[in-house]
Ligand binder design. Structure first.
Ligand code: AP5
Length: 196
């Protein structure tokens, strides 16, 4: 049985490199939430050379989004694995209107819903520097060159940015300054969460 009441279900939103994964790791401890990063699940599957990993790799290496149907099914399976969760942090999902609608319907079917979508804001040039820096050490194929990074920003601008209005219409959209120390940003996010 899911603990549907008093659940906190957050979407961490923002461009590539905004700090979603970094902040989710702190917030999951602080609020006792399950962190689901679709990018991490894809990378795990790529590393283990699963069918899903092989499919995803062809998109991710170029910096393109993976098709909605694949991503939605994967996300739902991740949520189903955690029936005891007190809440979730969705990191890197949803990224398209179709994904956002599917998430609302899926959560509603479980008597759950999104509490808030919180965006981390930073300028493109800062984000590109962060990702190029990470690409040097992580070996992430999509961080290796500026063209791939720019393509990820294009995907964001075309397909993901419309979700800002989607969540504004639901009165669930918040944004915080994503520039500063990691601690400072965790405090900004916590201030939003504590008001919910
Ligand atoms: P995903 O893994 O989600 O990548 P992304 O959105 O490009 O995000 P990143 O992981 O690069 O950035 P982040 O915001 O988490 O920042 P982080 O904390 O790591 O997705 C990868 C790919 O998978 C997509 O391109 C797509 O192909 C596919 N995919 C995933 N989800 C999908 C979906 N829903 N639909 C379709 N396809 C999907 O920080 C970045 C760097 O900055 C790190 O090096 C970090 O140390 C550093 N940093 C963090 N905070 C700070 C700070 N305050 N100051 C300085 N540096 C900082």
């Amino acid at each position: 049985q899911l603990h549907t009441h008093n659940m906190i279900n957050l979407i961490l939103f923002g461009k590539p490199g905004a700090g979603k994964g970094t902040q989710a790791n702190f917030l999951k401890e602080k609020y006792d939430l399950v962190h689901i990063s679709t990018g991490d699940v894809f990378r795990y599957n790529m590393k283990n050379d699963t069918e899903l990993g092989k499919l995803a790799k062809s998109y991710i290496d170029k910096g393109d989004l993976v098709p909605d149907e694949v991503t939605i099914n994967m996300l739902q399976a991740e949520v189903e694995k955690k029936p005891e969760a007190k809440g979730f942090i969705f990191d890197g999902f949803p990224r398209t209107t179709a994904q956002a609608e599917a998430l609302d319907n899926f959560l509603a079917s479980k008597d759950m819903g999104i509490s808030a979508t919180i965006a981390l804001e930073a300028d493109d040039e800062i984000l590109i520097q962060r990702l190029l820096e990470r690409g040097k050490v992580s070996g992430r194929a999509d961080d290796q060159d500026e063209d791939k990074i720019r393509n990820r920003f294009d995907e964001y601008n075309q397909k993901t940015a419309p979700l800002i209005d989607f969540y504004k219409k639901q009165n669930k959209f918040h944004s915080v300054n994503g520039i500063g120390t990691i601690d400072e940003i965790t405090v900004r996010l916590s201030n939003v969460i504590d008001e919910l």
